[in-house]
Design a protein around this ligand. Structure first.
Ligand code: IMP
Ligand code: MG
Length: 179
């Protein structure tokens, strides 16, 4: 048994670190294969949740590239709020550049939809998505999610960067809420 408590809820071990890191390596291999020899992309890491995924991913990327960070928030507690708040914005030019958005998890897809629209308005040449986790049954948009580490059902999870009301981001394994 590996049950933990965070705030008022209990969570059970769901995806161990070695499995997460194998999935991240696969994402890195695919990006290396697809982007080799192209204009150095700009990776935009969506904070807070993607910090741990990003750190692991970049260790295996063999491309010349630029890395920067934006901070967005759409979640409160265990629910998506339908409103994206931009807490730290873009600080570099994106016009004409190939952008790769780096996310912890794509759930409804709202956060990235907002960001993709914004980057397109700023005339990015291309916008590609790399996410550690994807909940296809929750996804409400039809843009492509090109690079996915692991697909999961619609359960609320924490760890490896993901939080429950800002706690548990530091856990090296992923845990699933016990309903
Ligand atoms: P979306 O805008 O609905 O796709 O939600 C994306 C954001 O919500 C992610 O970047 C996460 O920060 C957060 N999120 C979505 N699902 C979960 C979850 O199961 N646990 C913790 N955070 C989540
Ligand atoms: Mg996130």
């Amino acid at each position: 048994m590996s049950i933990i408590r965070v705030h008022d809820k209990e969570f059970d071990l769901y995806i161990p670190q070695d499995q997460i890191e194998r999935a991240i390596k696969k994402v890195a291999d695919n990006i290396n294969r697809d982007m080799a020899g192209k204009n150095p992309p700009l990776f935009l890491v969506v904070l807070n949740g993607a910090f741990m995924f990003a750190a692991e991913l970049f260790k295996s990327l063999e491309l010349e590239c630029e890395v920067s960070f934006v901070k967005l928030s759409s979640y409160s507690g265990t629910q998506s709020t339908n409103v994206v708040r931009e807490l730290i914005g873009l600080d570099q030019p994106v016009a004409g550049r190939n952008i790769v958005l780096v996310e912890d998890i794509v759930d409804s897809g709202l956060t990235l939809n907002y960001t993709i629209d914004k980057l397109k308005k700023l005339e990015a040449k291309s916008v590609t998505i790399a996410t550690m986790l994807f909940k296809p049954k929750a996804f409400r948009y039809n843009y492509e999610v090109e690079y996915v580490g692991i697909e999961i059902p619609n359960d609320f999870i924490i760890g490896y960067g993901l939080d429950y009301n800002e706690h548990a981001r530091n856990l090296p394994d992923i845990y699933k809420v016990i309903p």
